[in-house]
Design a protein around this ligand. Structure first.
Ligand SMILES: CC(C)(COP(=O)(O)OP(=O)(O)OC[C@H]1O[C@@H](n2cnc3c(N)ncnc32)[C@H](O)[C@@H]1OP(=O)(O)O)[C@@H](O)C(=O)NCCC(=O)NCCS
Length: 322
């Protein structure tokens, strides 16, 4: 059996940085409240002409360069996103064309909001394990700023735009040891964009936007992330002390700290980018991973737990040796 090994990582952030101070001018909030409750200090925001596929392309090119593969070796493209450029084609198809991949291999999007990247990684891992792909491009990319109500202080301070990518190659050893994916659709109303193509828009003047019951989401996130971490370690006969790194979804520093505590990991072993990126949904894990690979923290042979939680609810994890 083949395993999926990460051969390259990449990321991209839009140029425009929005500091907490700018949000103080827009809604009734303060830099202090945002830092204390979330750990976020700034986030990047795509400009009007920049789409999710633009961010995905820049991140993908960085990952492909590090992996040193030719684009036509890529035999599967998966993009995790909630904020696709258009209804169809998928961002993955747009990206395949932009990158010049002409080998007619499959390309599709995965929609699991903030758990999207671990979902996409799980799908890619299954393709490689089954022998159906050898070189897979997996991207998490979002322009979440487009689905925010900039008058709602409960949500607009939390999110940002960005993209992260990995190239996976079939290998004789791990790589990805296992992925664990979950969903519970009963919680739709705690975190959702309730309008859309098929339900329609209540008011065509108004864009559909994120609505969230924050403290309930917070409690579920902490409990499910801790459960899936236990499940992952157990499935692989790993002990907490076998983990070199935790690379969590970057939603809230307090959620990250609670998860690290449950795993008895010190914060030195946790990759944290939420202060600079905010919550970039499906992009947050590959963005954090790329930052820690490129600054030399995560080294070849080290083992990390990736985990994410998002609307749906959806959540999941991956145990990966880099
Ligand atoms: C949103 C979140 C930061 C709020 O923190 P909290 O400690 O739970 O705070 P609460 O929701 O209890 O709200 C406390 C008060 O702050 C207020 N508040 C909310 N946003 C605010 C803001 N940006 N600035 C100032 N005050 C704010 C609330 O209105 C509330 O006021 P009230 O007590 O007068 O009603 C936190 O719940 C959270 O991070 N939840 C998870 C969000 C998440 O991760 N979502 C994505 C999952 S992928």
């Amino acid at each position: 059996m083949k395993y999926a090994r990460i051969a390259g990582t990449g990321s991209y952030l839009p140029k425009r940085v929005m500091e907490n101070a700018e949000l103080e001018q827009m809604v009734d909030t303060s830099d202090q409240w945002i830092r204390e409750r979330t750990g976020i200090e700034r986030r990047h925001i795509a400009d009007d002409s920049e789409t999710t596929c633009d961010l995905a392309e820049a991140a993908a090119r960085n990952a492909i360069e590090m992996a040193d593969v030719s684009v036509n070796d890529i035999d599967l493209v998966i993009v995790a996103t909630t904020t696709a450029d258009c209804v169809f084609p998928s961002v993955a198809c747009l990206l395949q064309s932009r990158l010049g991949i002409t080998n007619a291999s499959p390309a599709f999007d995965v929609q699991a909001v903030c758990a999207g990247f671990v979902y996409a990684l799980g799908v890619a891992d299954s393709f490689i394990k089954a022998g159906n792909a050898k070189t897979v491009l997996v991207v998490g990319a979002e322009t979440f700023s487009r689905i925010l109500n900039w008058q709602d202080r409960n949500t607009c301070v939390l999110f940002g735009d960005g993209a992260g990518a990995v190239v996976l190659k079939a290998s004789d050893g791990p790589g990805i040891h296992s992925t664990h994916l979950h969903a519970d659709g009963r919680y739709e109303e705690l975190l959702h964009v309730p309008e859309g193509v098929s339900r329609g828009y209540a008011d065509m003047q108004q864009q559909a936007y994120v609505q969230m019951r924050g403290s309930e989401v917070f409690r579920m996130a902490v409990s499910k992330l801790s459960e899936v971490a236990d499940e992952t370690l157990k499935a692989n006969n790993f002990d907490e002390s076998d983990l070199d790194w935790l690379v969590p979804h970057q939603a809230n520093l307090r959620i990250i700290k609670a998860t690290a505590r449950k795993l008895s990991m010190t914060m030195e072993k946790v990759v944290v980018t939420v202060q600079d990126h905010g919550n970039t949904s499906a992009a947050s894990i590959p963005l954090a991973l790329d930052v820690a690979v490129r600054d030399g923290r995560i080294k070849t042979g080290e083992t990390m737990l990736l985990e994410g939680f998002g609307g749906g609810f959806t959540w999941g994890s991956a145990l990966v040796t880099f």
